[in-house]
Ligand binder design. Structure first.
Ligand SMILES: Cc1ncc(COP(=O)(O)O)c(C=O)c1O
Length: 372
């Protein structure tokens, strides 16, 4: 089997050939068709979906177009996410305030977010990390506007967490619905979607109702190409079967590892399709990596780190203030590589990873005992 991303096959080839034959490479029928398809999939008004150039652009434009946010205000977000989440907040003119994650879910912890709220706080940016489901009820209780970063999570898109909030999705090739680079916005309303549609194209053709707003400058170029839109339609049509594969592989790992207490999956994992399966490690990372490589178990270490551990983002806070996020970094490892993500890996291989993980644990535990 080819490694991910695997866009071989006639469906993708036909999509690309269709665009080449059309002679239209931007702002054409493929982008419109993708938006209609995604709206059908999400069960929302087609006017609420906007295709843009990346997931980061989707987040930034949502934040710029959401009228209830006060520019310059502080946005609460989890310390464990990809750097793009914080970068989009800053690019949209807000201040990112990192919060610790829930120890069971690995998503934004409502109690910690509440502690960090003050008069500057204007909203929440919730992240469904790798398919993990956030504490929806807990976050809603904070009574703040919410934006959802679902860039790394399409697994439970049919049961969207915050149906009335704007959500950003990534079509980057490392993602389950990937096709190269691209992003989708599901906006909270058609009005916000219209604003984002204008912002993705230099801020031109802004809806009349919004034209008087001087605080939103022109948006630059965040358009999706027609080639991307055509490929993304194929990816969305294959999403169901990829989600099924992720669920199957998640089930295999769950069954194989649960009695060893090697699972670090979030508490609500059964309700979703995880994009990445996290195993618990009881040793330091270097040793774990070494042992797993020896056992031929692919793993991604530090694929997503707490943001304060990122060399360029230390200004956001220190590790000491985020004990759960620090534990997450220390104690978990993602099974499967970029080339063999959960939605693509052969279930037979995943069964072998699970068996090898049990040997890995024996190895590490006995070594620890010897060292003591
Ligand atoms: C949680 C999260 N947010 C945002 C992004 C950014 O998406 P993109 O790479 O499409 O800009 C990613 C991408 O990995 C992500 O994982």
């Amino acid at each position: 089997m080819r490694d991910w991303p695997d866009f071989s096959g006639t469906l993708y080839e036909e999509a690309v050939a269709r665009v080449l034959r059309s002679g239209c490479y931007t702002e054409g029928p493929e982008t419109a068709a993708l938006e209609r398809q995604a709206a059908g999939m999400f069960g929302v008004d087609p006017g609420r979906v906007v295709a843009v150039s990346s997931g980061t652009a989707a987040l930034e434009l949502i934040l710029r177009a959401s009228h209830w946010l006060r520019p310059g205000g502080a946005i609460l977000m989890p310390a464990v996410t990809f750097t793009a989440t914080a970068q989009a907040v800053e690019a949209a003119g807000y201040r990112a305030v990192l919060c610790d994650v829930d120890p069971e879910r690995w998503t934004l912890c409502p109690a910690d977010a509440k502690r960090r709220m003050n008069s500057q706080t204007v909203g929440i940016l919730s992240v469904d990390l790798d398919g993990a489901k956030p504490d929806v009820a807990g976050l809603l209780e904070l009574n703040l506007p919410i934006v959802s970063d679902a860039c790394a999570s399409w697994g439970w898109c049919h049961d969207r967490s915050f149906p009335m909030a704007s959500s950003a999705y990534s079509l980057n090739q490392t993602k389950i619905a990937g096709c190269g680079e691209g992003g989708l916005v599901v906006a909270e309303s058609c009005l916000v979607a219209d604003e984002i549609r204008a912002l993705r194209c230099f801020g031109e053709e802004r809806p009349a109702a919004l034209r008087r707003r001087a605080d939103i400058p022109g948006g630059g170029n965040r358009k999706m190409t027609e080639m991307t839109a055509a490929m993304a339609q194929v990816s969305l049509s294959l999403l169901r079967s990829r989600i099924e594969r992720a669920r199957t592989n998640q089930g295999i790992l769950w069954l194989g590892l649960q009695d060893q207490e090697l699972i670090a999956a979030p508490a609500a994992a059964a309700e979703t399709a995880l994009h990445k399966f996290r195993a618990r490690i009881r040793t330091n990372r270097k040793e774990a990596e070494f042992a797993l490589a020896g056992l031929k178990v692919p793993c991604q270490h530090r694929e997503v780190s707490p943001l304060y551990a990122h060399p360029g983002l230390a200004c956001y806070g220190e590790g000491l203030g985020f004990p759960n996020a620090a534990r997450f970094l220390r104690e978990t490892v993602v099974l499967g590589s970029r080339g063999q993500p959960l939605w693509h890996a052969d279930p037979m291989d995943v069964g072998r990873w699970s068996q090898a993980m049990r040997r890995f644990d024996d190895k590490v535990t006995s070594k620890e005992v010897r060292n003591v």
